[in-house]
Design a binder for this molecule. Structure first.
Ligand SMILES: Nc1ncnc2c1ncn2[C@@H]1O[C@H](COP(=O)(O)OP(=O)(O)O)[C@@H](O)[C@H]1O
Ligand SMILES: [Mg+2]
Length: 424
């Protein structure tokens, strides 16, 4: 399911105050934010920053005082009770404490939410929902007979009862251990992907940030959106890149290339870079912020460079191993060492994205490409021979230096795009 570009939730100039007269206090100072189908937004912010206030306003659980909140096209500000009820049907709410009714079984708790729409087959519908959250066989248990994670799953099943287009979760992992919290979050994420729901999760838990398409922070009554997504995509790219020097291990000096072993790695690499590419382009399509588009563009070009680099690295290693032995031991070996140094420098620059590291990469790439030009312009003789007529030897040298020059060029591009990614 692809995120669409039409926001399912659109918030404009949202303000909210508590108290009256001398005690009046504004906790939200004008918030603008959109959320689209299939998108997962995580809302962070210290305790008391207004996260719950915001979530309940957008969920039609609290009256909008100032500003506009549209849910699936319905304006909540000044809406009639009937309109609010309709809007609430689009939203599944998951609370920190699951708010299950202790006297009722899991099935009955979910049935409560199903009853209104499907009175005839509510039990069967509830069981289907429980099965969807992995609770088949637990239908007859009461909340106290279930673990914390299972209770939260019942709450999710209940929130899903009306096939909401939006899921709002307020600290859904707060009362769960780390592993159960992770399972619940992964489950919510898969729902967002398969059902195309928009999801807002309020959390303090920085361990679950990786599921977010967007990271929003409430600070002093204002919503700030970080470009954290790019940092994460870049971190993942750096991790992939760090594996590239291993390519040489699959082209040993003393044996045939271990291509059969390398193929699966290569496929993984291609799939991972493709996934990163898609996430970057989704982000641009959804954000439409010019500076985000610029950074995503740089990231995507860098991905393209890294992919070419992987292919070219294999080509180089293949040419090196099929070169005459004296060429392998001489110039070929020097080129390999030089490449390994550049690869490590690039891995550092990708990981830290520190201007100094990027600059070092740019300089090494430019030095090496100069050196390569000199090497290729100089008439080269095969050592121990008197003429330049050993055609096979020269072809092999040409192939190696050609690969090398292109590899260095790609490193220069990576340095360039890393710099572009830093620009805002
Ligand atoms: N019903 C209320 N009446 C008065 N003040 C409230 C009410 N609910 C929340 N507040 C205050 O509004 C601020 C934001 O609260 P809340 O939205 O619950 O923050 P968060 O969920 O980020 O911890 C806090 O200072 C809180 O004390
Ligand atoms: Mg709260």
């Amino acid at each position: 399911m692809h995120p669409s570009t039409e926001p399912i939730i659109a918030v404009r100039g949202l303000r909210h105050t508590y108290g009256e007269g001398a005690f009046v206090r504004e906790v939200l100072h004008g918030i603008d934010v959109d959320l689209r189908a299939g998108e997962i937004a995580i809302i962070m912010g210290h305790s008391g920053s207004g996260k719950t206030t915001f979530l309940t306003l957008v969920s039609a659980l609290r009256a909008v005082q100032t500003g506009s909140v549209r849910v699936a096209g319905q304006e909540l500000h000044g809406a009639t009770d009937a309109a609010l009820t309709t809007a609430r049907r689009e939203i599944g709410f998951i609370f920190q404490k699951h708010n299950l009714i202790g006297a009722l079984t899991a099935r009955q708790n979910v049935q409560m939410a199903v009853l209104i729409d499907r009175p005839a087959d509510s039990a069967a519908a509830a069981d289907a929902l429980l099965a969807q959250v992995g609770l088949r066989g637990h239908e007859h248990k009461r909340p106290r007979e279930l673990s914390g994670g299972q209770q939260q799953r019942v709450a999710i099943a209940r929130a899903l009862a009306r096939r909401p287009r939006v899921i709002m979760a307020d600290e859904p992992t707060a009362s769960l251990d780390a592993q159960t919290g992770r399972e619940i979050i992964d489950f919510i994420q898969s729902l967002a992907r398969t059902e195309g729901c928009a999801v807002m999760i309020v959390t303090h838990d920085s361990r679950i940030l990786d599921v977010a398409d967007r990271i929003l922070t409430l600070d002093d009554g204002r919503m700030i959106e970080t470009d954290a997504i790019f940092e994460r995509l870049a971190d993942e790219l750096a991790e992939l890149f760090a594996g590239l020097p291993q390519v040489f291990a699959y082209f040993p000096e003393d044996g045939p290339p271990r291509l059969a072993e390398y193929q699966p790695l290569r496929r993984q690499f291609a799939a991972a870079t493709e996934a990163l590419n898609k996430r970057a382009s989704d982000h641009v399509r959804l954000r439409l912020k010019p500076e985000a588009a610029h950074r995503a563009d740089a990231l995507q070009q860098m991905l393209a460079a890294v992919r070419s680099l992987e292919a070219l690295l294999c080509e180089f290693a293949g040419h090196l191993r099929s070169a005459p032995p004296d060429l392998q031991r001489g110039t070929g070996h020097s080129l390999q060492l030089a490449l390994e140094t550049v690869l490590l420098t690039a891995a550092d620059a990708l990981r830290t994205r520190d201007p100094e590291d990027i600059d070092l990469l740019a300089r090494i790439a430019s030095d090496r490409s100069e050196a390569m030009k000199r090497l290729r312009d100089a008439p080269s003789l095969r050592p121990g021979t008197t003429s330049a007529s050993d055609a096979a030897w020269h072809d092999a040298l040409f192939a190696l230096t050609n690969d090398f020059a292109r590899l260095i060029h790609l490193h220069g591009q990576i340095a360039h795009f890393l710099t572009e990614m830093r620009r805002r």
